[in-house]
Design a protein around this ligand. Structure first.
Ligand code: TRP
Length: 338
């Protein structure tokens, strides 16, 4: 096993991959996986999907789409460890062990749980726990297990996940205090740019707002989406401000510096919205058409994708099984003869 720094991140499989995922997670993770001094662990958080959705087709379909998306965007399964959470029994085992030493009070403070309580309170519901399930409550423990099963050093996440990494550190430190030093305390790597990509309505691009542009739309559908992006009602010929414009922000996320400067001057010259959208569409289409081809090829060979993930799980378990051996031993779950 190499002494490389372990970088680990997971993607919940409860939606269709969109441009926000591409810019915020997929591109940076693939880029950093090229760094020789790190080992990357990238996984499909399919058990996390059950917290949000009880639709088996959605969970299954989304796992497939997201796996294919990563590969289509250039992830090299030989270079990184790429796997499905559900293929790693060590994660589930660790989640139980960690839950036995995690204070309930710590979980009471988790943002997702508190938001659910607040929602009930706003609705005037007297039982604040109504409709809240243990999966949501335990979510930070499962996430800690995802991370600690690999003794990860660095966890790149969006700002909304920062608290979960802090909780992971708390849980790891408590375990080490009780049982001896088994876990490394992981650091969050918060990408400030994560989530700033606007959706077609101008809010953050997110599947919960229903405003996403999927990465692998066919050309016509992509053009239709781009046409829907919200702009103000300034007429052609009237100078426009690029700084607060959704079309411009999307353009910038994919364009070179020169291309961005060019479009910027066209805004000041009063480009028409229809034309600005054409320019955006051309850029996106050029950028995405190769990915779309890769994607279509990958989804045409389900067997190969399955094999890739099974192989990745084998690699992942080589690491996780070593950690779990130490964990079991530390807590006193071990053979009578060793
Ligand atoms: N909860 C994360 C999200 O919704 C996904 C995730 C699950 C994750 N397990 C993880 C991210 C472990 C980093 C490390 O974005």
């Amino acid at each position: 096993m190499s002494n490389n720094k372990r970088v680990l991140t997971g993607i919940t499989t409860s939606g269709t991959p969109h441009l926000g995922n591409l810019v915020g997670a997929i591109r940076p993770a693939i880029k950093s996986s090229g760094d020789q001094s790190t080992s990357s662990f990238l996984f499909l958080a399919d058990y996390h999907s059950l917290i949000k959705s009880q639709d088996p087709n959605l969970t299954h379909g989304s796992s497939f789409e997201i796996a294919a998306a990563w590969l289509a965007c250039g992830l090299e399964p030989e270079v990184v460890t790429f796997y499905r959470q559900s293929d790693i029994p060590e994660i589930m085992e660790l989640a139980w062990i960690l839950s036995c030493i995690t204070a309930k009070g710590l979980m009471n403070r988790a943002h997702a749980y508190k938001a659910a309580l607040a929602h009930n309170s706003e609705q005037g519901i007297s039982d604040l726990d109504k409709g809240i399930f243990m999966g949501l409550f335990n979510y930070p423990v499962l996430m800690a297990a995802d991370i600690l099963a690999f003794n990860a050093d660095v966890v790149p996440v969006g700002k909304d996940q920062k608290q979960h990494i802090e909780m992971t550190r708390d849980i790891a430190a408590r375990f080490n205090h009780l049982y001896g030093d088994v876990f490394n305390l992981p650091e969050a790597l918060i990408s400030e740019s994560t989530g700033v990509l606007p959706g077609i309505d101008g809010q953050k691009m997110s599947k919960s707002y229903n405003n996403t542009i999927p990465i692998f739309l066919e050309e016509k559908a992509l053009l239709k989406m781009v046409r829907k992006i919200k702009t103000n009602s300034l007429e052609p010929g009237v100078p426009k401000d690029p700084t607060n414009c959704n079309v411009f922000k999307l353009f910038k996320a994919f364009a070179s510096e020169t291309e961005t400067k060019d479009l910027e001057s066209r805004y000041y010259e009063g480009i028409a919205w229809g034309e600005a959208k054409n320019v955006l569409f051309e850029l996106l289409n050029a950028e995405l058409s190769e990915l779309r081809e890769n994607y279509n090829e990958i989804i045409g060979d389900r067997k190969k994708l399955e094999e890739t993930l099974v192989h990745g799980a084998g690699k992942a378990r080589e690491t996780a099984s070593v950690v779990l051996k130490d964990v079991r031993h530390a807590v006193g779950i071990k053979s009578f003869t060793s």
